[in-house]
Design a binder for this molecule. Structure first.
Ligand SMILES: NC(=O)c1ccc[n+]([C@@H]2O[C@H](COP(=O)([O-])OP(=O)(O)OC[C@H]3O[C@@H](n4cnc5c(N)ncnc54)[C@H](OP(=O)(O)O)[C@@H]3O)[C@@H](O)[C@H]2O)c1
Length: 296
């Protein structure tokens, strides 16, 4: 069985990347953890990269659009994990070619959302284009679908204003919802890399938990922080989106409408393949929301 010991990470200082790097280091299962970052990013946030270096991470700052430079930086790497942001996913097309030239075995592209093989929209088209490029270049892949980040769902943008003691729901809030904490995503990635034959060329759905917006409201009540609930119909939410389509608020309303349609729910998951991952439950997200409201 081939082993993936030397790991390169793209997007290490974004929303998800730090969790991945922390888990790779904590597992002590890998001989090399290397971070590839844009030169400008390195100059903008040197403290983050110096911290990574102090913890034993190799950091290479380069022009990530330069295929030759990325090929050089990936020499000796067994697997790439990319957590590049959703607006620049196409950058990965160059990295896939570079990885193949450098002899990388496995490429784990930046997925970490709903199942891009079924979803509709430009982001998912780009994610599928990257998947095709991986196959075309003869690399192994693992795709990891996680639905929504559990630790970024019970937040004001999704309608939870815990400081004000209120929650605004959209459409049918009893529809089941799959959530995965970023820390658990990172644990799944470690297990995927430690078990290459189990995860080879697989599109995997995992979860921390299944819930619903109604259940989240109930959980707040159960821990003594009841929220006053207001409701919007899908049509009302759609009107807000149509009035200002390109705002962050509209993006979250779009997600809430999708959630009300069941698009954020996995009816099957592959957690059983990775019994070492012990995901957290809903209480963690609820307590985090209560704690962050206290800081405001
Ligand atoms: N399921 C969910 O609820 C959810 C929520 C958010 C995101 N996601 C998914 O998770 C993945 C990671 O998202 P994220 O929010 O962690 O990303 P992010 O924080 O927006 O960005 C991650 C990294 O992308 C790199 N980057 C930015 N612009 C770049 C460019 N022009 N060229 C090359 N690299 C660039 C940066 O790395 P450097 O600074 O090191 O260059 C940045 O730190 C995405 O696939 C996204 O769709 C899912």
């Amino acid at each position: 069985m081939s082993s993936l010991k030397s790991i390169a990470v793209f997007g290490a200082t974004g929303d998800l990347g730090p969790y991945l790097v922390d888990a790779l280091l904590e597992s002590k299962a890998f001989s090399t953890v290397k971070v590839l970052t844009r030169s400008e990013s390195f100059e903008e946030k040197p403290e983050k990269f110096n911290d990574l270096k102090a913890r034993g991470v190799q950091v290479t700052a380069l022009d990530l659009a330069d295929e030759d430079a990325v090929t050089e930086a990936l020499q000796g790497i067994d697997a790439v994990v990319s957590s590049i942001g959703g607006s620049v996913l196409a950058s990965q097309l160059v990295w896939v070619k570079a990885a193949a030239r450098a002899g990388v075995k496995r490429f784990i592209p930046s997925e970490f959302g709903i199942n891009s093989q079924k979803a509709v929209g430009p982001v998912f088209e780009t994610k599928r284009a990257v998947q095709e490029e991986i196959v075309k270049n003869g690399l192994e892949y693992t795709l990891l679908f996680v639905s929504l980040f559990a630790d970024e769902t019970v937040i004001p943008l999704f309608g939870f204003d815990v400081k004000e003691g209120s929650a605004r729901l959209v459409g049918d809030s009893s529809v089941p919802l799959t959530l995965t904490y970023r820390k658990d995503i990172a644990s799944f990635i470690v297990e995927i890399l430690k078990n290459p034959s189990v995860s080879r060329n697989k599109a995997l759905q995992v979860k921390s938990l299944q819930t619903s917006f109604d259940e989240i409201i109930e959980r707040f009540k159960a821990v003594g922080t009841p929220l006053k609930v207001s409701r919007l119909t899908e049509a009302e939410a759609q009107e807000i989106i149509d009035a200002n389509p390109n705002t962050v608020t509209s993006f979250y309303f779009m997600l809430l409408i999708k959630a009300a349609h069941g698009d954020m729910y996995f009816d099957t998951v592959d957690n059983d393949l990775f019994p070492n991952v012990k995901p957290s439950g809903l209480d963690v997200a609820v307590q985090e929301a209560i704690e962050s409201a206290k800081q405001l």
